[in-house]
Design a protein around this ligand. Structure first.
Ligand code: SF4
Length: 679
C-alpha cells in the first residue's frame, strides 16, 4: 500500500507546530513528527497529537443547512449561496451597509480572511473584526503604540539565548506547551526563569522565582521593578538616550512610588520584586513573555505598554534573546490581524480611520468607494445589534456564543438579528443560532498560508478533500461576492496571496514557493529575495520617528471589586487538553477523557468557610448569572480567588464584559463571584 506524507500545521494554538499527515489511499490515517520544523522540532502537545480526531470526526458539518423553525434542513449549495447573498443585500439595502457585521476567523487561513474583509468593505461596511478582540487586541494597539509593531519581537527558538526569562500573565506550559521546550533549553544553559502569576501553574513549577501577585496588580509589580532598576542605576542609559522617548516622564512618575508600596499592592515581598528586577536588568539578554493574564483587563492596553516599557528601560530589546514575546492565541490570529480582519485596520495595519488607507485600497481594488473606519469591534457589534443598528452578520469560524464574556448578552444580540450566516466545521453554539449554516473545509482540506505568533508565515497544501459537500472558505466567500455583483478576484489561494503581496507591505516578498519551504518566512519580508526578519527593532523601531515611546501609566482598579455579596475574584484561562470554545477539543475523545467537565479551583481556606469539599458540584454566581462546576480544592489559587477553564460555555455566562477603553477587550480575568454547594 502506498503511503504519502504531506506537511501540515497544527490547527490549535499560534505556536504553529509542523507535522506530516500520513495518507493511505487518499485518507489521513496518522501523524508523523516533523523534526526539522524551526518552532517545534518534531514536538507536538496532546492537542497536536490528536488532530486526526478532529479532521476525521463524524460530527463534521457536511451539507449547507437552512433553519426552519427549530430544525435545520439540508439544502443545495446553489440555494445556500443565493440565500446568503440575498440576506446580506436585503439588509444593506433596507438598513444601510453599516448594518452588516462580519467576523473573520483566526482558524482560517490568510487568504480567506483577506477575502472576507475585502467583501465586507466592498459592500460598504467597516464592521469587520476577529477573536483577537478577546485575547490580544491590547497587544496590537499597545505594543503598536510603544514599539511601532504590535507583534512578537523575536522568534521562539531565540528564547534559548535568553539569560533571564520573565513570564507574566502566561501559563505557557499549558496554553502553548511547545514553548516550554525553548524555555527548558535556556534553563539548561543557565537562564533564570521568573514567573509572575497569582496561581501555582505548570509554568510556575519551572520558575526560579515565582511572584504570586494579587490579581489585577501587574502594573504595580512592573512599576516596582522599574523603580529598582532606575534607583539602582540598572537602567540602560545608552539605549534609553539613543532609541527611546519619554523616559523623563517615567522617572517623574516613579519619584512618588516605592518598592514598599508595590509590595503592599501586589502582595509580593519587596525583596522578591527587587530580586526579579535585578536578575531581569543584569542578564546579558532577557525575554519578557506575556499572555491573557496581562491583556484581559480593563487596563489591558496599559499593562502591555508597561511590559514593553520595562524591556526598554533595561535595554532588553532588539538583540538575540532580548525582546517581548506576546503569546498569541489561535493558530492564525496574527495573520487575521495582518490581513485587516480588525475594525481599526485595513490590511497591513493601515489605519481604517485614515483617508489615505481608503484611497490606497480604492486604487488596489478598483473600487469607487470604501468605508472610512474605524468599524465596530466584535464587542461593539454585540451592543449595536441590541440597539438595532447591526441587522445581519456573517461569521466564519468563530463561536462568540461560547467565547464572548457575558454570553447571555451575545445570545440576545444574535437573536435580535434579521439574518445570521455561520460558516463552520462543526455545529457550534453560534451555528445553532444561524439562519444559514455553511459547511467549511478544515485546515488540511485546503491550500493557504497561516501566520504563527512568531510572525512566521507558512503555506500548507490541501492534503485530503473536504468532507461531504463542505467547501473551501475562499470558494464560499468568492461565490457570495459574485452573487452580489462583486468580483473579489479570489478564485484560488494563490491568486489572493499575489494580491496580498501587493497590498500588505510586510508580506511583499512572501511568494507561495518561498513560504512553502520548511518554516516559511517571518515578516516583515518586503520584497522577493528578502530573507524575512527573525528579530524586530534591531536598529530602529517601527514608529514614524524610529524611536520607541516609553509609557508612564499607573494602575487602575478593575471594573468589578469584591463585596460582601460577591467576595471572591474569579479568573479564567486555558488548560492543556482543551482549546478556546472547546468546539474541537470537546469532540476529541482522547482529550475529553482527560478533562471531561467544567471545574473551579478554590483555596482550602475559602472551601472550609463555604463548607465545600473536593469533588462537590458547586454554583459559581456573578451579577450576570451562574455556572455549575466541579470543585477542586487546591492551594494553586490564593485565598479569595477562584479559577475556571473557559472551554465550556457555562464559564462565560458569568465573566465580566467590562471593556478596556482602547482595545475594547473584556475583563475576563476579574469577575466578583460567590460560590456555594449546588443543592
Ligand atoms: Fe498545536 Fe500549539 Fe500544541 Fe503546537 S503547542 S501542537 S501548535 S496546540
Amino acid at each position: 500500500m502506498s503511503t504519502k506524507l504531506v506537511p501540515s500545521l497544527c490547527p490549535y494554538c499560534a505556536v504553529g507546530c509542523g507535522y506530516y499527515l500520513i495518507l493511505e489511499r487518499g485518507k489521513a490515517v496518522g501523524v508523523e513528527y516533523m523534526k526539522d520544523h524551526p518552532a517545534s522540532e518534531g514536538a507536538l502537545c496532546p492537542k497536536g497529537n490528536a488532530v486526526l480526531e478532529i479532521l476525521n470526526n463524524g460530527d463534521r458539518l457536511k451539507y449547507p443547512l437552512k433553519r426552519r423553525g427549530d430544525e435545520y434542513m439540508r439544502i443545495s449549495w446553489e440555494e445556500a449561496l443565493d440565500l446568503a447573498a440575498e440576506g446580506l443585500a436585503r439588509n444593506a439595502r433596507v438598513n444601510g451597509p453599516r448594518s452588516l457585521g462580519f467576523l473573520a476567523s483566526s482558524r482560517c487561513n490568510n487568504e480567506e480572511n483577506y477575502l472576507l474583509q475585502k467583501l465586507a468593505r466592498l459592500l460598504g461596511s467597516p464592521n469587520i473584526d476577529n477573536c483577537a478582540r478577546l485575547c490580544h487586541s491590547p497587544t496590537v494597539v499597545g505594543l503598536g503604540a510603544v514599539l511601532g509593531t504590535g507583534a512578537m519581537t523575536n522568534n521562539l527558538a531565540d528564547l534559548k539565548n535568553s539569560g533571564c526569562i520573565f513570564a507574566i500573565g502566561t501559563n505557557f506550559a499549558e496554553a502553548h506547551p511547545v514553548v516550554s521546550r525553548w524555555v527548558q533549553r535556556a534553563k539548561e544553559r543557565g537562564a533564570k526563569v521568573i514567573v509572575a502569576d497569582p496561581r501555582i501553574t505548570s509554568t510556575s513549577w519551572m520558575a526560579d522565582l515565582h511572584l504570586r501577585i494579587k490579581p489585577g496588580t501587574d502594573i504595580d509589580l512592573l512599576r516596582g521593578m522599574m523603580k529598582v532598576i532606575v534607583d539602582e542605576g540598572l537602567a540602560d542609559d545608552k539605549f534609553i538616550k539613543g532609541r527611546t522617548e519619554g523616559f523623563e516622564e517615567l522617572q517623574a512618575s516613579l519619584r512618588g512610588y516605592s518598592l514598599e508600596k508595590a509590595a503592599t499592592l501586589t502582595g509580593v515581598p519587596a525583596g522578591d520584586i527587587a530580586r526579579a528586577a535585578r536578575i531581569y536588568a543584569r542578564s546579558p539578554a532577557s525575554s519578557l513573555l506575556y499572555c491573557m493574564g496581562i491583556t484581559q483587563h480593563v487596563c489591558g492596553t496599559d499593562n502591555v505598554k508597561t511590559c514593553a516599557t520595562l524591556a526598554l528601560i533595561a535595554g532588553q530589546m532588539g538583540r538575540p534573546g532580548a525582546g517581548v514575546w506576546p503569546m498569541r492565541g489561535q493558530n492564525n490570529v496574527q495573520g487575521n490581524c495582518d490581513m485587516g480582519g480588525m475594525a481599526e485596520f485595513y490590511p497591513g495595519y493601515r489605519r481604517s480611520s485614515e483617508p489615505e488607507s481608503v484611497e490606497f485600497f480604492k486604487a488596489a481594488w478598483e473600487a469607487e468607494d470604501l468605508p472610512l473606519g474605524p468599524g465596530l469591534t466584535s464587542t461593539e457589534m454585540t451592543e449595536a445589534a441590541l440597539e438595532g443598528k447591526i441587522k445581519a452578520m456573517y461569521i466564519i469560524g468563530e463561536d462568540p456564543v461560547t467565547c464572548d464574556a457575558n454570553i447571555n448578552k451575545t445570545k440576545a444580540a444574535l437573536e435580535s438579528l434579521d439574518f445570521l450566516i455561520v460558516q463552520e466545521i462543526f455545529m457550534t453554539a453560534t451555528a445553532r443560532m444561524a439562519d444559514l449554516v455553511l459547511p467549511a473545509a478544515a485546515w488540511a482540506e485546503k491550500d493557504g498560508s497561516y501566520t504563527s505568533m512568531e510572525r512566521r508565515v507558512q503555506w500548507i497544501y490541501r492534503a485530503v478533500p473536504p468532507v461531504g459537500e463542505a467547501k473551501e472558505g475562499l470558494w464560499i466567500i468568492n461565490e457570495i461576492g459574485k452573487r452580489m455583483g462583486i468580483d473579489l478576484k479570489g478564485d484560488s489561494a494563490d491568486q489572493v496571496l499575489k494580491e496580498i503581496n501587493r497590498t500588505v507591505p510586510q508580506y511583499g516578498g512572501m511568494t507561495r514557493e518561498r513560504i512553502s519551504k520548511r518554516g516559511g518566512l517571518l515578516w516583515p519580508c518586503p520584497e522577493e529575495g528578502h530573507p524575512g526578519t527573525e528579530i524586530l527593532h534591531r536598529d530602529r523601531f517601527s514608529t514614524p520617528g524610529g524611536r520607541a515611546n516609553i509609557a508612564s501609566v499607573e494602575n487602575r482598579p478593575p471594573a468589578e471589586e469584591t463585596s460582601p455579596e460577591y467576595p471572591i475574584i474569579l479568573s479564567t484561562g486555558r488548560i492543556v487538553v482543551h482549546y478556546n470554545s472547546g468546539s474541537m477539543t470537546r469532540r476529541s475523545p482522547s482529550l475529553l477523557d482527560r478533562d471531561p467537565e467544567l471545574y473551579v479551583e478554590i483555596n482550602p481556606e475559602d472551601a472550609a468557610r463555604l463548607l465545600i469539599c473536593e469533588g462537590d458540584m458547586v454554583k459559581v454566581e456573578t451579577i450576570r448569572g451562574q455556572a455549575g462546576a466541579r470543585a477542586r480544592v487546591t492551594e494553586k489559587v490564593l485565598p479569595g480567588m477562584a479559577f475556571m477553564p473557559f472551554h465550556w460555555q457555562a464559564a462565560n455566562v458569568i465573566t465580566s464584559d467590562a471593556l478596556d477603553p482602547v482595545a475594547k477587550i473584556p475583563e475576563y480575568k476579574m469577575a466578583a463571584c460567590r460560590i456555594s454547594v449546588k443543592s
